[in-house]
Structures are given as structure tokens and as C-alpha cells.
Design a binder for this molecule. Structure first.
Ligand SMILES: [Zn+2]
Length: 312
């Protein structure tokens, strides 16, 4: 996936200052701007002035009892200070919207994305999302970043492979490319559908909030394939087991290659385990491939492709 300029800038700041959570965001902000805490009756949480007119911009943070929110607002304002094309003054209230994305106009979302990548750096998240992802351990480690439950889950979801979702207070956070069993989670109505679609699921607490997690795939190191056939032959043989019609065989072959091609982004190739889970998850979303997924040769094909696709 191509990283956006604000993501790259956040990573550069993390590298330059060698930052590790919990990041001292007040001290960092003071290196680039004058920082003041103030009380005011307006709705907004933060404000930056003098982006183009002052030698050192001034950042104002509304004094509230919520230190996690203040930390995020500070990182968001630092985004306005450091992103060179942010030149207008805006009253900011960084929020997470209903789709578990950041709210607001383009500049606001850019500043919040910068804040997320700064307070929860990619290099901190990546080891948590390696082969055997323990949700309990990953969520526990995230507490170190000192951001809210929503901000923690937005950050974690961006680093996880497809096939993982969290539910907090009816709000769903899922990794990119995840196919959900339903568009909402309702304890009384569809909890059973969620649980049975998941390979594993559990409950824990994050920042005092009750959280449910769902893994829709097994993330396991694939066993090596010793079969003498190459991957194309394995796929053809698997397809031949479910249909004799050459046109249908060709159609299925194209669908499989198309789905796999689209799913194999750079981050999903980071290990054979991740590549395998990603392929299985995306293919399972296709009802017309259900029969094929049961074929032993198809499993061999996927495992072989997982090794071939992986960068490692
Ligand atoms: Zn803003």
C-alpha cells in the first residue's frame, strides 16, 4: 500500500527523535511550536495559529480532565504545524467517526492520521502483528501508547492482516480487507453469527471499556508442500475435481487469480502466515468458491502460493 505524505512524515519524526511509546507529546510539540494549555467555553479541543505568519506557530490545547484526548489533540495540532501544506487556522475537535475512521474535512483527517502514526508508530505495531497474533497481548501492549480505546483500535486495525475485527460499544473496528459476517454487531440478534464465523473470538477490556475481538482466520505458519506438481497444476487439478466444463474451469481459474492478485498488497506479503490467511479470507468471501476451498489440492496450492508470495 502506498503510504500517504502525513504517514511518511510521522514515521520520519519517529525515526528522527527515536520515539517509543508512551511518547512525550508535549515535549515534542514544544520543539516545533509554543504550547499553551487554556480553558475556553468553545466546543473545540485545539487551535494552532501563526502557521505562516509567526516564526514559531502557537498551539493552544483546551484544558480538560481527559489527558488521553489532550494527548491526541496535541499530536493532531503538531500535524498542522509540520505538514507544509497546512496553512490555514482551524479550530480542531479530532474525533473518530462511525466507520472507525477519523472525522472532519481533508486537513482534519490528515492531521489525525499523522497523530495516530506518531503516537502509535508502525515500528511499534508491527511486532504485535506478527505470525501468532495474541489479541490479549497486542491490546495490553497498546495501553503503553496512552491513547483512547478508539485511537488504539484504529491504529491496531491498520497494522493487522485482513480477517480481524473488534467491537467496542457497538462500534466495529476491522482491519483492511476484512469481510464481516454482518454490517453491525447486535448481542441479542446476531452474536451467534459473529461467533460461528470466527476461527477464534474473545472478550477483554481496553481503557476500561468492554471489548470483543474476532479472528476470522487462523494465522498459522503454513506447512511446506512436498508435492511435485507446480502451483498452476495444483490449482488446475483442484478445479478439475469440482467441474468438467472447460469454460467453467477457466472462469474459476480467473476468479482465483484475480482475488489473490488484489489481496496481495505489500504488507500482506510480509510473511507466509499472513499471505495464507489473507488469501483464505478473501477467497472465503466468494460463495462460488466454497466447494473449491474444500479440495485438498486447493489447500496445497494456497500453501505453495503463500511461500511464493511472501517477501521472507
Ligand atoms: Zn485540526
Amino acid at each position: 500500500m502506498t503510504r500517504t505524505p502525513e504517514q511518511r512524515l510521522a514515521s520520519r519524526i519517529v525515526e528522527r527523535h527515536d520515539l517509543t511509546p508512551p511518547i512525550d507529546i508535549a515535549a515534542l510539540t514544544k520543539q516545533y511550536a509554543a504550547l499553551e494549555f487554556a480553558e475556553w467555553p468553545y466546543e473545540c479541543d485545539g487551535l494552532t495559529i501563526g502557521l505562516t505568519s509567526l516564526p514559531r506557530p502557537r498551539v493552544f490545547i483546551r484544558h480538560t480532565g481527559n489527558t488521553l484526548r489532550q494527548r491526541f489533540t496535541m499530536a493532531h495540532e503538531l500535524g498542522h504545524v509540520l505538514l507544509p501544506w497546512h496553512i490555514e487556522e482551524v479550530a480542531c475537535s479530532p474525533r473518530v467517526g462511525s466507520g472507525a475512521f477519523f472525522e472532519g474535512g481533508l486537513r482534519e483527517r490528515e492531521a489525525s492520521t499523522f497523530a495516530s502514526h506518531l503516537l502509535v508508530p508502525d515500528r511499534f505495531l508491527e511486532p504485535l502483528c506478527a505470525v501468532e497474533i495474541s489479541m490479549t497481548d497486542a491490546l495490553k501492549a497498546l495501553e503503553k501508547a496512552e491513547v483512547s480505546a478508539s485511537a488504539s483500535l484504529i491504529a491496531l486495525a491498520r497494522a493487522l492482516p485482513p480477517g480481524v475485527a473488534f467491537v467496542v460499544e457497538d462500534r466495529i473496528f476491522s482491519s483492511r480487507g476484512t469481510v464481516l459476517p454482518a454490517t453491525n454487531f447486535d448481542y441479542w440478534r446476531n452474536r451467534q453469527a459473529w461467533n460461528s464465523a470466527a476461527a477464534s473470538h474473545g472478550r477483554t477490556r481496553l481503557r476500561g471499556k468492554s471489548l470483543r475481538w474476532f479472528k476470522f482466520e487462523q494465522f498459522e505458519e503454513p506447512a511446506k508442500v512436498s508435492d511435485p506438481r507446480d502451483s498452476t497444476q495444483l490449482l488446475r487439478d483442484a478445479i478439475a475435481c469440482i467441474t468438467d466444463d472447460p469454460r467453467e474451469q477457466k472462469r474459476i481459474l480467473n476468479v482465483v487469480n484475480g482475488v489473490i492478485g488484489a489481496a496481495m498488497t505489500d504488507e500482506n506479503r510480509s510473511s507466509p502466515a499472513r499471505a495464507l490467511a489473507t488469501m483464505r479470507h478473501r477467497l472465503r468471501a466468494r460463495a462460488d468458491l466454497a466447494e473449491l476451498l474444500q479440495e485438498p489440492d486447493f489447500d496445497l496450492f494456497l500453501r505453495r502460493r503463500a511461500f511464493a508470495h511472501s517477501n521472507h
